[in-house]
Ligand binder design. Sequence first.
Ligand code: SF4
Length: 325
Amino acid sequence: MSNSMVECRLCPKQCRIAPGQAGDCRVRMNLDGKLTAVTYGIAAAAHVDPVEKKPFYHYYPGAKILSIATVGCNLHCKGCQNWQISQANPEEAGGFHLPPEDVAKVAKREKIPLVACTYTEPFVYYEYTMDTAIACKEHGVKTAIVSAGYANKEPVAALFKVIDAATIDLKSFDDAYYRKWCDGSLKPVLNTLVAAKEAGIWLEVSNLLVPGLTDSKDGLSDLVRWMVQNLGADTPIHFLRFMPHYQMKNLPPTPVSSLELAYKTAKDAGLKYVYIGNFRGHETESTLCHSCGHMVIERVGYQIRGVDMVSGRCPKCDTLIPGRF
Ligand code: SF4
């Protein structure tokens, strides 16, 4: 039995972990002097979702995506929608044996073209995410993460060499918000977003509008201007409606007026593909060519009603629609 501490360098918390103890995410432990991801190959959730639910709106629209997660997260957002598994201890949450090779084989056998590590934080189960991506690649299945992006540069760069796409949740452009409400910080998330762009993987951004906390015009203006300058105007953003959850049950759902203000702020800043999400039936659900306004992807909720593109281009004006189709 080793008495030595271990340090985890996966995320900015850089936990120093005593023997038998876990880091802040609860799932990376010091077992006999070795840093061990105890949820490796143990899925707490596995579902087949529409890719639009991640959300991805410019990534194989209408495709199914096999979505898996283990327990654990390195952030502790007060309004987390998946808190039952993200904030659970591994021994409490259960789960079932689903090694990376089996994820790839199931996707291949069921003709599901995409796999996502999602629901909780793929970076805290990093080795599982990485090995799943490698196994999927060998079986011709593409992989994505849905992540808060709160991780250190080296593991981010290594993962982005293997996966194909990411939706990163940029929760706010206010570092104080990250510290007070999520137990994280802003800069590492911005680094991850830039790294995704530099790696050339497909990137979409989500932003949950929490009433009174993340929906101010000035804050949103800063966020979308940074996106245009650092990620490019082609990067889609999804403004998601907040619903009361977990430790934020005292707040109301996001008013439509806030969602529409965010939409307008992003469009005014120059972002070409802006969506309002978690709000079925809103007119911004469909994708319009940014050049001529022709509807190239018609959506209702997560359902695709039609795709009207020719080799990824608008059939009316020949503009290239950003994405993977
Ligand atoms: S991933 Fe977990 S154990 Fe590692 S530094 Fe972050 S919170 Fe700590």
